[in-house]
Design a protein around this ligand. Structure first.
Ligand SMILES: [Zn+2]
Length: 305
């Protein structure tokens, strides 16, 4: 009996991995590691895809816990869309355990959206992961920079088209429609940010550097001593002093981080802490890619005026 069960399991596993073009049976099953990529993949794939995210926007994306439910999703996936640059390194563990040839590194369904992204905050040669830095390959939080959406969606189109070559035209068409809409929004966002251009802000964890740079804002300091290292009292004292001296009005904080601490620091420095849409779904109203960016633009334009 046990042998038979094992045999059946083996057959099921073999057909799901080696079976005929999965897309012929219906929608492509795509798993995104983070919610931003779920939203963008849905936009590109439209009716042709069914997308699941392994994390929610409200959580620290560096530290997702690998669960059996992740493995189940990954086992039957035609493609995985990952952020790369080490942000979702935890997904490697789950993907390996899922034992699905489509999505192993080098597999045609493995889609890394950091390809061709110009990486910011690349550390010098002295960085040592044992020091606890969670950005050893540079800053991985680029997905909510709308100026990078053309590159990201190009990577998604290429990846989906590898899995379903006969649908490439549809993916490309959906991408063009999205980019046209994004361009309109970009005009609006640029106008909204124009009056506060050049303003300095402090961040808790450096999630926003691509976004800030895009709109001409300056990240003056981070509350963390280094990415992923909690703030020390000495460091906070320095930041508060700097904030007062430079009249910095805002601290940007992630919903999953120590918002109370950010509030305390802001109060001492005569500033405000803003809880940001650090990912799609991180805050109320940030339900899709464009809505999340819109939320951040609105919050910053208002606070920095
Ligand atoms: Zn980070």
């Amino acid at each position: 009996m046990r042998r038979l069960t094992l045999l059946i399991l083996t057959i099921v596993a073999a057909t799901s991995v080696l079976g005929p073009n999965a897309q012929a049976a219906g929608k492509l099953k795509v798993v995104a590691t983070i919610s931003d990529l779920k939203s963008l993949t849905e936009t590109i794939g439209g009716d042709l895809v069914e997308v699941d995210s392994l994390t929610r926007g409200t959580q620290n994306l560096h530290e997702a816990e690998v669960r059996p439910s992740m493995m189940l999703k990954l086992r039957r996936a035609d493609a995985v869309v990952e952020n790369g640059l080490g942000l979702d390194a935890w997904a490697d563990v789950a993907i390996e355990a899922a034992n699905n040839a489509n999505i192993i590194r080098g597999g045609r369904g493995r889609i890394d959206i950091s390809r061709n992204v110009e990486v910011l905050e690349v550390p010098g040669s002295r960085v040592d992961r044992s020091m606890g830095d969670v950005h050893p390959q540079g800053n991985p939080h680029f997905s909510l920079d709308p100026g990078l959406a053309p590159v990201i969606t190009q990577n998604i189109v290429e990846g989906l088209a590898r899995v379903a070559p006969d649908r490439r035209a549809v993916f490309e068409q959906n991408r063009q429609a999205f980019l046209a809409r994004l361009e309109q929004e970009m005009v609006k966002w640029t106008q909204a940010m124009a009056p506060v251009k050049g303003a300095k802000v402090v961040v808790f964890h450096p999630v926003y550097v691509y976004f800030l740079t895009r709109f001409g804002l300056v990240q003056a300091a981070a509350l963390e001593d280094r990415p992923g290292i909690p703030p020390s009292p000495q460091h906070l004292a320095t930041v508060i002093r700097e904030m007062k001296a430079q009249k910095i009005k805002a601290i940007l904080v992630e919903p999953w981080n120590d918002v109370k601490l950010a509030n305390r620091v802001a109060e001492e420095a005569g500033a405000r802490a803003l809880v940001m849409a650090t990912a799609v779904g991180a805050v109320k109203g940030a339900d899709n890619y464009i809505a999340a960016i819109d939320y951040n633009i609105t919050a910053l334009a208002k606070a920095l005026r």
